[in-house]
Every structure is written in structure tokens, then in C-alpha cells.
Design a binder for this molecule. Structure first.
Ligand code: DC
Length: 220
């Protein structure tokens, strides 16, 4: 089985790009952020104090996450319920950034992620795929963009959906999330030594997809 690992900070466009690359290659797209978001959703719903390790550990032991594909789209099941529609909110994203720093949460997902890469050819995106989850991935990409550009993209997305958005607040949240993801003790976000750096600040989606495809073609 072949694996392509795409890591990078929030809002760099990983999922849009990874989906397109997976489609072109006929690989499965695995969105690991959605798995962390599913656990975060459970923790919020059940009022779990993530600073209490025993409480968090017990909660994680009672969580079963399963991934299914429906019409080519990844669906995340939490204890048998499809929670995919609840995962993309800011609240869940912020909680995921905090709870994913905790050992019981990471331990709950590592095996599932590795098993998927054993069973299928995957394009897997996240924060620690190239460094920790799949250190032997055939292709590793570190996809980033300036915080200003990532905030601009998120702002446009919200405005297009008709939502109220504050550009400065969005950028401040992005910077705070980067800080947390890059500075945690366990599996922090960083570029793997053997990853190819792609800065998408001034690139179109097609340009980024093509850059990754040319790396993928080297292994074909
Ligand atoms: O990619 P995302 O925004 O859906 O991820 C949500 C949070 O989950 C992110 O702030 C950090 C965490 N995460 C992680 O720690 N490791 C991963 N492989 C993927 C996501």
C-alpha cells in the first residue's frame, strides 16, 4: 500500500487539495482532523473536563470512532452515530485543537489511522502524519500559507455562506491555533525532515494539486 502524508496548519487548504489528489490517484482520502473533531464533539456534549486526566481517559475509552465512505465522502461515526455534520464548527475546531494535545485522545486515534494506511492506498492529512503516524509514507508534503492568507480564505468562505465574519479575529484565532498545534508536547505540528514544503500563499488550488501530483508520480 502507498501513502501520501499532507501536514500543515489550520486553513492551509489541506482537505481541498488532499481530496483532489486522492481522486486523481484513486486513493482514499483520510481526514484525521475530522477524527479529532469527533472526539472534541463528544467531549463538549458530555461536559468532560479535559484537564482531568482520569476523566479524559475514561471518556476516551468509552469512545468508538469508525470511518466509512458514502458517495466518496468520509463519514465519521462516533459510537455508531454519524457526527460528520457537527464537526466543522469553530467551537468544535477550537476544542479539537485543545483536546488533541492530550495523550489519551491521541492514543485513541493512532491505531485507527495506521490501520487505514495498512488496508488502503491513502492520502492522509493532519498535523503529525509524516512525522508520527506514517513515518514511512512514500510522499510527505508540508502544506502551509501565511496566516494573513489563511485568514482571508476563511473570511471569504464565511461571507459567501452569508455569515458575519471579522477578519482580524479570524487571523488571531488562526495564530492561536498554530501556537497550540506547534508547541504541544506530543506529536506537535512540524515539517518532517523528508517532507516537501509547499507554500500555497500565492498558488492556485490547481497549482498546488499539480505540485503534489508531480511528487506522487515519482513513486508510481
Ligand atoms: O485539520 P482540522 O482543523 O480539522 O484539525 C482540528 C484539530 O485537530 C487541529 O487544531 C489539531 C488537531 N489535529 C491533530 O492534532 N492531529 C492531526 N493529525 C489532525 C488534527
Amino acid at each position: 500500500m502507498a501513502s501520501i502524508a499532507i501536514d500543515g496548519p489550520a486553513g492551509a487548504g489541506k482537505s481541498t487539495i488532499a481530496k483532489q489528489v486522492a481522486k486523481k490517484l484513486g486513493f482514499i482520502y483520510v481526514d484525521t482532523g475530522a477524527m479529532y473533531r469527533a472526539i472534541a464533539h463528544y467531549l463538549v456534549q458530555n461536559n468532560i473536563n479535559i484537564e482531568n486526566n482520569d476523566e479524559l481517559k475514561a471518556a476516551c475509552e468509552s469512545i468508538n470512532i469508525a470511518i466509512k465512505y458514502e458517495n466518496d465522502a468520509q463519514q465519521v461515526y462516533l459510537n455508531g452515530e454519524n457526527v460528520t455534520p457537527f464537526l466543522r464548527t469553530e467551537e468544535t475546531g477550537n476544542m479539537a485543537s485543545k483536546s488533541s494535545a492530550k495523550a489519551p485522545v491521541r492514543e485513541a486515534l493512532l491505531g485507527l489511522q495506521r490501520d487505514m494506511a495498512k488496508e488502503y492506498n491513502v492520502v492522509m492529512d493532519g498535523r503529525d502524519i509524516g512525522t508520527n503516524v506514517l513515518p514511512d509514507a512514500e510522499v510527505k508534503i508540508y502544506l502551509t500559507a501565511s496566516s494573513k492568507e489563511r485568514a482571508n480564505r476563511r473570511y471569504k468562505e464565511l461571507i459567501e455562506k452569508g455569515e458575519v465574519a471579522d477578519l482580524d479575529k479570524i487571523e488571531a484565532d488562526i495564530i492561536e491555533r498554530d501556537e497550540r498545534d506547534m508547541n504541544r508536547d506530543i506529536a506537535p505540528l512540524k515539517q518532517a525532515d523528508d517532507a516537501v514544503l509547499v507554500d500555497s500563499s500565492f498558488m492556485t488550488i490547481d497549482e498546488v494539486v499539480n505540485a503534489i501530483m508531480s511528487e506522487a508520480e515519482k513513486i508510481a
